[in-house]
Design a binder for this molecule. Sequence first.
Ligand SMILES: Nc1nc2c(c(=O)[nH]1)N[C@H]1C(S)=C(S)[C@@H](COP(=O)(O)OP(=O)(O)OC[C@H]3O[C@@H](n4cnc5c(=O)[nH]c(N)nc54)[C@H](O)[C@@H]3O)O[C@H]1N2
Ligand SMILES: Nc1nc2c(c(=O)[nH]1)N[C@H]1C(S)=C(S)[C@@H](COP(=O)(O)OP(=O)(O)OC[C@H]3O[C@@H](n4cnc5c(=O)[nH]c(N)nc54)[C@H](O)[C@@H]3O)O[C@H]1N2
Ligand code: SF4
Ligand SMILES: [Mo]
Length: 869
Amino acid sequence: MVNSIRTTCAYCGVGCGIAATPTGGRAVTIRGDEAHPANSGRLCSKGTHLGETMGLEGRLLHPMIGDKRASWDKALDLVAKRFRETIARHGPDSVAFYVSGQLLTEDYYVANKLMKGFIGSANIDTNSRLCMSSAVAGHTRAFGEDIVPASYEDLDEADLIVLVGSNTAWCHPVVYQRIQAARAARGTKLVVIDPRRTETCEGADLHLAVRPGSDVALMNGLLAWMDQAGLLDTDFLRDRVNAPDGFWDAIRTGHDLWSTAKACDVPPAALQQFYELFAATSRTVTLFSQGVNQSIRGTDQVNAIINVHLATNRIGKPGAAPFSITGQPNAMGGREVGGLASTLAAHMDFAPEHVARVGRFWSAPNMATKPGLKAVDLFRAIGEGRIKALWVMATNPAVSLPDGNRVREALAACPFVVVSDVMATTDTTVHAHVRLPAAAWGEKDGTVTNSDRTVSRQRALLPLPGDAKPDWWIVTQVARRMGWQDTFAYDRPADIWREHARLTAYRNDGARLLNLQAQAAISNEAYDAMTPFRWGGTPFADGRFSTPDRKARLVPVKQMDLQAPLREWPMTLNTGRYRDQWHTMTRTGLSPKLARHREEPLVEVHPHDAAALGIADGDLARLSTPQGESLFRARISDGQRLGEVFTPIHWTDQQSSGGRTGLLPRPLVDPHSGQPGFKSTPVRVEKVVTEWKGFLILRGDEPARVPCLWMTRITVPGGALYEVAGNGDPARLDTCLPKGDRIEAVDATRGTRRVAMIRDGRLAGVLIVTRTGLLPSREWLIGQLAVESVGASVLAARGPGDQPDKGAVVCVCFDIGLNQIVAAIRDQGLVDVPAIGQAIGAGTNCGSCRPALANLIMQSSQETLRAAQ
Ligand SMILES: Nc1nc2c(c(=O)[nH]1)N[C@H]1C(S)=C(S)[C@@H](COP(=O)(O)OP(=O)(O)OC[C@H]3O[C@@H](n4cnc5c(=O)[nH]c(N)nc54)[C@H](O)[C@@H]3O)O[C@H]1N2
Ligand SMILES: Nc1nc2c(c(=O)[nH]1)N[C@H]1C(S)=C(S)[C@@H](COP(=O)(O)OP(=O)(O)OC[C@H]3O[C@@H](n4cnc5c(=O)[nH]c(N)nc54)[C@H](O)[C@@H]3O)O[C@H]1N2
Ligand code: SF4
Ligand SMILES: [Mo]
């Protein structure tokens, strides 16, 4: 590829390779890197549309002290001084860093070194605490080290893939495509275990819609089944695995098929089908993510899965592994450098010999000797005034931590808050005393490690804008100003990489599988030219684990009693992700295309619950928990279990007046890992009545404050679209309209008002609200933003129904909406996904929408069947 630069995707832990070509200005062409082992050229919808997010809208381009622009010198001096003073007065544990799996390994390494070796506290935790800390704890309990004993090739070679608590089709789409390819190539069976029927279930051989939080029962039942069928590997268990006393007695009691089916609330016949499939298939990969980890029993759930793999010896061989898939692009790299408050660098922990070893290696004056506060406790300590200076890097805790309103109160009360971010205004940066402009994806250089331990380079494609600097530079500058000039005197990421590699090998007598000795002396040129490589080989292939006696451990885990519904909060809230948005939307929110898949934050409700609550599709609904309340747009979905609702995690104050999921969950955590139980919160759902609804389209990217009950904003080509709803006189929304020549049309019988503002012949803004009428096509009006000269007819030309809306965009690559696909299936008699592709193109580029297309085909054939009956 001429002039293309090989790098790694900004988003998920699949870690797809990208071949990017800068084409002038901030423009970059994005293609999948065929040579990258994680994706062989494939990219999902988010990766494909990275080029749309490279602009400088909303970027933080200069250090800011309060609202004033400052020089780097001034800002860095202030940060160093305030941290030094706070430590001098209140001790090292009065300060904290809260960092992220979106930092590069080199950034992460220096932040961790500064806090744990030099400041002398382990109060550095990361958003990975919210993400896979239960997997870390589970691995460590079972294997003696945090090792993910799987690779993507295992998916190619498996005969059965079990997805537990993972919406792979949306969250790890390229892995999902790989699974589909294995199904096509070797008939691999697919089982999905998830309370919701997600698009991941499309085409699965079996979906078990389990009761939330019942995964231990499910896995213990499976272990009991395998035991009873005589299918355990007794030699392996005898030679390579330790089971504590009473382990097997506990498994052999109360885990029969019927009790298990009852505990999991699934039909016994379906459960039996799963168990039989598992029994018959030794090449099994059990891939799991947040449905397992994000629970107050997450670590036990992880070990329940690993127990089954150990007892059946489905580990350390091709196509057989428990596979905890990581979420963020460098979640795994963070684990390698010990970014969690409970770990030390290079897969070591706070055992005295580890502390001494790392201390010697770093020549550290103030080694932390005990674990620091984990994320939820850390923010509680901030709220209680025990932590007085906080530095947040590459994460948005005001949105992503549980009990978000308390988190905001804590941030507001903290005497000194520093935030390094790429965006000027986020729900977290609004609380910062100092904001530091970080280099963004496409500007920074370093390494990341993906879900299967493959290390890849991220490379700069564009020059640094404004005063932005890479995170490693910012951290080391502060460290130097705190008095540690020599130990933080790195000139480039490669210097840090070599030191990290040396530490992984330092006095590593084979006790730790993580050993990057071969990287310890690479040249700067070799670092620049680095091609992806996986460390650790096939872990545990020799049956030797990282425990002192080299044996793995079965961990006794018991299904906890599940809470009965509470009178005041009778339903259960499950939370998670949308296909085309990433976390708090600071990057994906910039892309007009990605915005169209789900334009608003929805609460998905089972039809029977909706009927009982008097909620119709499209109504507004209020969700309340003891922690707070927020509004969502209701979507009736029979993919939900009765009594359970689902909301997305993405929306923030920057995009909407409601839709804030993070303030709802309880700050309850798993006792081993400290990971919050995001997936299961008692909640009350109520219908909210509004007198009018409508939308507003504004040219430009300056966000407007819209004074009404419900407002959500998405980026569209040339401007923004706001969906609005509320009560009282909607005329107050006129304040949001820009200046210009005003045209207005009123239909008093339906209570419809249309106002357009025209400036220099171009549409500057349009507001349409109605009490009882229909709303015209947003699509057509958005298109008018691009028209050179619009006339007064802009309001009159298109009435309701003139232009059938294409519906929510399913295929973002070709901008094809739900209604268009349904029409094509119906009118052209399309029977499968390739036929849709041939007819209208949908699904033929990135492939992220193929599960949705399959679902539409299925629905249409069911309707045809019903019609024929
Ligand atoms: N599009 C997109 N992709 C992403 C991200 C993103 O923001 N957007 N974020 C990335 C990150 S950081 C992460 S961590 C991953 C997360 O990836 P996933 O874990 O796949 O995503 P989630 O939607 O959080 O949750 C997965 C599923 O767990 C199910 N679940 C809930 N409770 C239970 C339970 O008790 N048992 C079982 N078995 N299942 C349950 C939910 O219904 C949900 O469908 O995605 C990564 N990829
Ligand atoms: N209810 C509920 N809550 C959840 C979850 C859930 O399933 N349910 N999932 C949890 C999980 S798994 C995760 S991983 C978290 C994610 O939650 P967060 O980490 O809070 O989400 P992001 O939006 O990714 O935040 C990243 C921030 O870093 C900035 N940024 C991007 N690149 C850089 C960079 O290179 N340097 C710096 N300094 N800043 C940068 C972005 O602009 C953004 O503000 O959410 C957690 N919260
Ligand atoms: S699956 Fe999609 S989001 Fe994840 S790394 Fe690949 S292209 Fe990026
Ligand atoms: Mo995550």
